[in-house]
Write a protein that binds this ligand. Structure first.
Ligand code: DX5
Ligand code: ZN
Length: 215
């Protein structure tokens, strides 16, 4: 592996009753915090929203992964609550009109934070063709969004090379089913950020689990 990947623990798998302590425990071994927002509409599960993000205390940058319908309605809330990078789903944006992917990304930029787009397993990277210059990060889902602890989909790894071949120079993050083994496959393929929930928070020795991803 040529460069070190960044580790982004997903607090979806943490104990929400002691979130501050949970984050403090993994912070020394992490580069950023991944905050998974689910609405029970875009995905079949509900997690948490901006009022909880407000209470997340960390020195690390917070990446907000919005797995929600009509994300444009909530961008400001998540920025005000402390998000440093807002990731929307391409599938949640309108095909035409006011809230196309490009327009929603411009709205995020106007709020003064970094931009990201996530694509579900069935969505090809080609949908991002026209928005690459607006993007700081592309997040490739390696499970169907909605739940932590699912199995990694190896066929998604080729999307990393495809994005690079399209000329994307920003960060590439991988989300879903990451452990030391699948993480290595992604890092070898050129991923910049490994997001891991269950593998880190479900481990007896969380420090060891996080360190094992730092390849
Ligand atoms: C899935 C979320 C992921 C998830 C990762 O919908 O976007 O960030 O929490 O969890 P693991 O690492 O457990 O697959
Ligand atoms: Zn996520």
């Amino acid at each position: 592996m040529s460069k070190k990947v960044q580790i982004a623990p997903s607090i979806l798998s943490a104990d929400f009753g002691k979130l501050t302590a949970e984050i403090a425990e993994i912070e020394p071994y992490s580069d950023r915090i991944h905050f998974d927002v689910m609405d029970g509409n875009f995905v079949p599960n509900i997690s948490f929203g901006a009022p909880i993000l407000k209470w997340v205390q960390t020195k690390l940058p917070i990446d907000v992964h919005l797995m929600i319908a009509r994300p444009w309605l909530y961008l400001e809330d998540f920025v005000k609550a402390g998000g440093d990078l807002i990731i929307i789903h391409s599938e949640a944006c309108e095909k035409s009109g006011k809230y196309t992917l490009a327009n929603v990304l411009k709205m995020i930029k106007k709020l003064g934070v970094k931009t990201g787009v996530s694509i579900k397993p069935k969505t090809p990277v080609s949908v991002l063709k026209n928005v690459l210059p607006l993007l700081d990060q592309v997040l490739i889902m390696t499970v169907e969004p909605g739940f932590g602890g699912q199995s990694f989909m190896p066929k998604m790894v080729k999307k990393i090379g495809q994005l690079k071949a399209m000329g994307f120079k920003g960060e590439i993050a991988i989300d879903g089913g990451i452990n030391a083994e699948t993480g290595k496959v992604c890092a070898d393929a050129g991923a910049d950020i490994l997001i891991a929930g269950n593998y880190i928070f479900g481990a007896k020795d969380r420090a060891k689990a996080a360190k094992s991803l730092k390849m």
